[in-house]
Structure formats: C-alpha cells, structure tokens
Ligand binder design. Structure first.
Ligand SMILES: [Zn+2]
Length: 354
C-alpha cells in the first residue's frame, strides 16, 4: 500500500471492475485466506445467488466481503464506492455531492449526496486525545440552509459553532508553555483543533465542550465571554478584546473559523443544520492532517475502522416508512458485526437506498 495512486485514472486501472474490488475486500478481510467467522473452517465457495458472498463448506455460514463496511448491501457498483472514496481521500478539500456526480457520471444528485454523506461519516479523527497546554477557545455563528439544492443560495438561519485550537511554540514545535495571565503568545503555530455545534452560548454547553475536548489543567485563552469563567479544573486567561479586533489575541481560532466558512461555501455551498456534525468532523479530520494530506481511500471506505453500516435513514434522521411493514423472519439469522451480534431484519436491506 506504499504506492500512491496519483490520478483517478491510475486508480481506476487498479480497480477496473467489480471483481478486482471484491478481491481487494476479500484479501483485506482474510489476508491468510478464507476463515469462517462461525466455525473457523477454511474451505469456502463463492455463491452464485448473492454477490461477493462466500459460504463455508463445513457449516454453510455465508459471509459477504462487504459485511461490516459502509458498502454492505449496496445497490451501487463497488467501483463507484472505490473511486468516490479515492476522490474524497485525495482532494485536500474533499468533494461535494455535485462534484462526485460529475466526476463519476452518477445519474442522480440524491445518489451522489448519499454516497458523499456515507463516505464523510468515516472521516472522524481517530486521534481523539484531548487538546493540551495553551488552547484558544471561541464561538462563531455560521449560516445554514435547509434545502439540498446546490443551485440556490438560500440562507435560513444561524448555528453556533464552538472551536478550540492548541497553541504550538514555533521554535520548539511543541505545545506552548503557559505564561502569566494576559501575557502575549508570540511566534506560535496552530496545533490540533476541535469543533462542535452547540445549541446556545450558555455556560453548560460551553463547559461540556471544554470538558469533552480539552485536558484538565490546560490554559484557556478566550475573549472573556461570560460563559467561560467558573469551569473548574482549567486555567482561564481571558483577553478582553475591547476596541482591539478579536482576531489579534485569538489569532488561530479565528483563522480556523475563516477556513471553515470558506470551505463550507466553496465545497458544499453552505451547510445543512442536520448534517453539521458530519461536516465539522470532516473539517477537523482534514485540518488535523493538513501536513500529511494523503488519506487512504481505505480510511474513507471505513475499512480501517470496520464501522458498521449506516443506512439512509440513519443519515437523514428519518423513520424508515417501510420498516414496520417489513415481514420479520420466523427464525432470524444472526450475523456478526463490528459491534457484536445483530439479527437480520433489524436493519433491512431496503433501508439502504444506495
Ligand atoms: Zn463455517
């Protein structure tokens, strides 16, 4: 995997068809050859009736090469998933649904949008260690839209985003050492970031964000907003902005917010409130990797983390209208997933729209 696949064309040569993609997934799942998850049997045969599914000769247990991945029970070709993940991974700003649709010649915007949304879900920063040292914290407001039409520019409201960024000492490249309160931090760099949407600027929401993302004992450099004081276990270093422009004392977090806003308009033509967490996760994921931009397409496909499948209904937060009418099996088959056992029929095939 050391080789980088610079262009989509090269990538497509490596994964030209369904068989090559399925073979890759097979080798990824069973690097030592087939092994039945039920009985440990090593002999299998490929089913003719179900795509990319192997049955164990000893016990008959069927295992799909896509089980436990975001491609499971997909209606889209594996090549589309692979190529879309490659585009998502190699474009430093990511790809909007509109761009994926054009690049891959997908027939509908909805399909492209769901594909992009599923791939985006894998882009969660695996390095969730809390931020440390000197950390700038601030909030900003972002416009969001309620429709999915990329051709309109309807702004319908504001959402509050809180962010935190580690301050790095430029000379050492290490976390900035805390100084006396009010002293300037000169010659610094931006370290890792965290972002979250919060319902309001009230102290409980701000404190919850800080506790979830910043290690106790850290120095919080803020603009002196009334919601920051009173959080125990942290050293608060408020910079009362007064007449000074706010980006002077809180330079890094303001730069992050500016990038975030430009990115949301440039790549996504505005954010949608319901998907704000997925967008913020993707932005944090990319920002925290900005010095080594190449993300493996396997990460985007969720192969590295073995994430469980996400359905259309999970992404859109809607109730699956067909779920209740889905006939239940008399003897539900039990399948192994990343998170344990689940019964077939709990998440039905038709819940997956793509
Ligand atoms: Zn078996």
């Amino acid at each position: 995997m050391a080789r980088k696949y610079a262009s989509l064309l090269e990538f497509q040569r490596r994964f030209p068809d369904e068989e090559r993609c399925a073979l890759f997934l097979f080798e990824r799942r069973w690097p030592e050859g087939f092994r039945c998850p039920e009985c440990g049997g090593t002999r299998s045969y490929l089913l003719k009736s179900r795509a990319y599914t192997y049955a164990c000769v000893a016990c008959g247990r069927q295992t799909s090469v896509t089980a436990g991945t975001i491609m499971h029970r997909t209606k889209l070709p594996l090549t589309v998933w692979f190529w879309a993940a490659h585009l998502m991974a190699t474009h430093s700003n990511g790809m909007s649904a509109q761009q994926l649709m054009g690049q891959l010649g997908l027939g509908s915007y909805k399909t492209a949008w769901l594909l992009a949304q599923k791939l985006r879900r894998s882009m969660v920063d695996p390095n969730r260690d809390p931020l440390e040292g000197v950390v700038e914290v601030d909030q900003t407001e972002m416009s969001f839209r309620t429709d999915d039409n990329p051709d309109t520019s309807i702004k319908t409201g504001k959402i509050i985003v809180i962010g935190a960024v580690e301050v790095i000492d430029r000379a050492t490249g290490e976390a900035q050492r805390p100084k006396a309160l009010g002293q300037k931090y000169l010659d610094t760099l931006s370290g890792r970031i965290r972002l979250a949407a919060i319902p309001s600027n009230h102290a409980p929401h701000i404190h919850a964000f800080i506790r979830a993302n910043i290690a106790p004992g850290a120095t919080l450099v803020t603009d002196g907003h009334a919601s920051y004081p009173g959080i125990a276990g942290y050293r608060h270093d408020p910079r009362v902005v007064g007449n000074m422009a706010a980006h002077i004392p809180l330079k890094w977090i303001h730069r992050v917010f500016a990038l975030l806003k430009r990115w949301s308009l440039g790549t996504y033509h505005g954010l949608r409130r319901r998907h704000i967490d997925a967008y913020l996760n993707e932005f944090v994921f990319r920002y925290n990797r900005r010095f080594y931009r190449h993300v493996s397409f396997e990460t985007v496909l969720g192969l590295a983390a073995h994430r469980s499948p996400v359905s259309y209904w999970d992404i859109t937060g809607q109730q699956n209208p067909r779920k209740e009418t889905t006939p239940t099996r008399r003897n539900p088959r039990r399948r192994k997933t990343a998170s344990g056992m689940r019964q077939d029929g709990v998440e039905t095939a038709d819940a997956n729209k793509i």
